[in-house]
Write a new protein. Sequence first.
Length: 444
Amino acid sequence: MKSTLRSSRRSFLQQLGVAGVTAPFFIRHLISAPPSGALLHASFGAGGMAGADLGAISGQPNVKLVAVADVDLPRAEGLKKKYPDLKVYQDWRELLDKEKDLHSVNVSTPDHMHAPIGMACLQLGKHVYGQKPLTHDIYESRRLTEVARDNKLVTQMGIQVHSSAEYRLAVRVIQDGVIGKVKEVHTWSNKTWGDASTRPDRVDPVPANFNWDLWLGVTAERPFIGGGYYHPGNWRKRLDFGTGTFGDMGCHIYDPVFKAIGVTAPLSVRSEGSAPTAHNWGLGAVVHYVFPGTQYTDGKTVKVVWYDGDKRPPADILSQVGDAKKIPGQGSIFIGTKGIMVLPHVSRPQLFPVEQFKDYQMPKVDGANHWGQFVSACRGEGQTSAHFGYSGPLTETILLGGVASRFPMTTLEWDAATLKFPNHPDANQYVRRTYRKGWEVKGL
């Protein structure tokens, strides 16, 4: 098995070496025409959100799930009960090396492998449905956005509530000017993907049929720790693998804010929450953004603030929407010049003061099937709404919050064009990381 994986890896890296040198020309010859037959699809990841993604995509008309790769082999093998002809791989590189006729993929792994796998698929001309956050680091998001755009590939980030009727309605209400121009937004999640403890000083046996080296991927080698410390879910708390609560939920909850007020890159970001430990994201994030004003906002700039864990917007903000104890566990408050909108995650928007809007009739807004939208676009029918051209900048913004958390109570000015913090060079080291030797991917 080891020699097969080495051979597969060598062949795969040789492919990407060619793609990296002549990418724009090479990719054009790799991209399949929109299929008249079945859309041939593969999944990177077999359980958790990957299971939801591959199930929703393969459940669309005339889609065939051809292959799946998962470092936890029993997870992938378990799918054969539903998909008897499914080809199962443990190494994602081997899948790409052997399954050359694929049209599309979903990348639904832990955050640290989103970019390496996603970029490899884009370079091979595959349409990509990528789970949120799009990538682990800011530079990776920028590069995936550029490559997908330049080669006209279909993409969609897995923020499925972006396509929900509730979030589309919220965007419509704001852009219709129902609460006037937006002065500021406060948004939050009660989840806690942080950990103030130290990493256990032990080495545990690696479970059978679980490839720890493949799971580590582009990150530095380290001993395996069992008991769920990393796999299958707590990797979200770990600096090298996850992106904390903000990276996890911010891509969902910030999405309608980002869309409704039409912002892109912020001018500055400032963390007033706890800093990460040596290995884990901190608890209770509070992240302040300042964006350039837009046609939907009041003034030359607009402030958007994120809170998670037990942190919440200040009392003077919450008091404007009634009983602070009744605010949703996750959501947003838009403060406008003519009123306030509360948007629970995921529910219909609510307008305040109640008396002022008692006669207002919400417009009818339909939702869409997020996965179905991706499949249709792969066939050349319509477009995706959370393509990387939209979700890449959204992810960059979210990930800036993680960088800022490493420098508490410090305002970091952001130059999106150069991907640098002009006033704080020490922060630039967190924009792009170095991949483990032997795991480099062309274009990243």
